[in-house]
Design a protein. Structure first.
Lengths: 252, 119
């Protein structure tokens, strides 16, 4: 038994291809037979991935979902940022530069609004739940942007580790919600054109959530949403520990 | 030819990500600023330029297309390595701070869409 697990870990990436293939095959079946194709197979696969990660986390108490299970370590490579970003960039082939250029200014506006509104909403919730110091409030507001902005801001401001943990958790909740929610809400918010995808990416920010959500909605929209979303974390890391923190200090 | 496409993609990826990292350093923050976005722009511009010169082969496109089709499987793998347990066990504050901002931003979507130029 042990030599098999060693073998699977050694050939982790290949085994991850196999398991992901099985997850997707299984999800296609669910999509066709149980939902009559109404919920796309890709959306079900992504959801299944999250469910597996949840149970793996309960079982191993690790941080890396299914990759913490012996034999499944290859998922860390396949699902890691290198392959993710490489694949996102590849979707740009055939995307229209003209549309990106034309929607650019609105995309930038949506980026700023996305960071400021997420931050403000996070701060208000934290304040309503009894947190009152500027550093903690700013850190949780930053966590409401993405799970990278939260810890970067918290570390810069010297927030306590439990507040940083909450800010990471808030960012992960956001990313998961956007992943699952995007295909469901897309028809109601007019998310069907490249322009709307660029605005959506700017407002939501979470690159992984936006890209996964758009992939399940309409793969053609992925490059446009990812294009703006990729600037969000940087903008958040720039604004939260500086302008927005000073603003919090001024208000309190 | 197939690998030339993959290599072109890799070149755009490396150039874009390094630009993003450098921009982050330059701005004094510990984050990559728009690396993926720059890489995507490079790929679009490179493709246009090569097509103009007649140097862009169909097989090169296939090398890139393979990766764009691998995109969803990679996202499935990505979701299965998320720390989902922590997201659901860190209490109400984390849940609300993750959910409410998304709803607030979604409410803006129709307004911004109206401002967007039509094609």
């Amino acid at each position: 038994m042990e030599y098999i697990i060693t073998f699977l870990d050694k050939n982790g990436l290949v085994f991850a291809f196999l398991v992901t293939g099985l997850i997707m095959y299984f999800s296609e079946g669910i999509s066709k037979n149980l939902t009559r194709g109404k919920i796309p197979g890709s959306a079900i696969s992504i959801f299944m991935g999250l469910v597996l990660a949840y149970f793996a986390g309960l079982e191993t108490l690790g941080k890396k979902g299914i990759a913490d299970i012996p034999g499944f370590s290859g998922f860390e490579i396949m699902g890691g940022p290198m392959f993710r970003d490489f694949a996102i960039v590849s979707t740009a082939m055939g995307a229209s530069f003209a549309i990106i250029k034309k929607t650019g200014p609105i995309g930038v506006l949506s980026l700023f609004l996305g960071v400021i509104i997420s931050f403000a909403a996070g701060v208000i919730i934290a304040y309503a739940m009894g947190i009152t110091d500027a550093e903690s409030l700013t850190t949780i507001g930053a966590g409401a942007c993405t799970f990278v902005v939260g810890p970067v801001t918290g570390t810069a401001l010297g927030a306590s580790s439990d507040i940083i943990a909450i800010s990471i958790a808030a960012g992960v909740v956001k990313s998961i919600l956007v992943t699952i929610g995007t295909p469901l809400i897309a028809p109601y918010i007019g998310l069907k054109t490249p322009q709307s995808a660029m605005i959506f990416g700017g407002l939501m920010g979470t690159t992984s959530g936006t890209a996964a959500g758009l992939a399940a909605t309409d793969p053609k929209l992925v490059p446009y949403g990812a294009m703006t979303a990729t600037f969000y974390t940087g903008l958040g890391c720039l604004m939260c520990p500086s302008v927005l923190y000073f603003l919090m200090r001024a208000i309190l | 030819m197939l690998l030339r496409g993959v290599a072109l993609l890799a070149a755009c990826f490396v150039a874009g990500q390094i630009l993003g990292e450098t921009l982050g350093r330059f701005l004094g923050i510990q984050a990559n600023v728009g690396g993926v976005g720059f890489a995507m722009l490079f790929l679009i511009l490179a493709q246009n330029e090569l097509e103009k010169r007649g140097l862009f082969h169909l097989e090169m496109e296939e090398g890139v297309h393979f990766w764009s089709k691998m995109y969803i499987p990679i996202i499935v793998a990505m979701s299965s390595v998320q720390n989902v347990r922590v997201a659901f066990s860190n209490g109400l504050l984390a849940l609300l701070a993750g959910i409410i901002p998304v709803i607030a931003c979604l409410a803006l979507m129709p307004i911004l869409s109206k401002l967007a130029p039509k094609d």
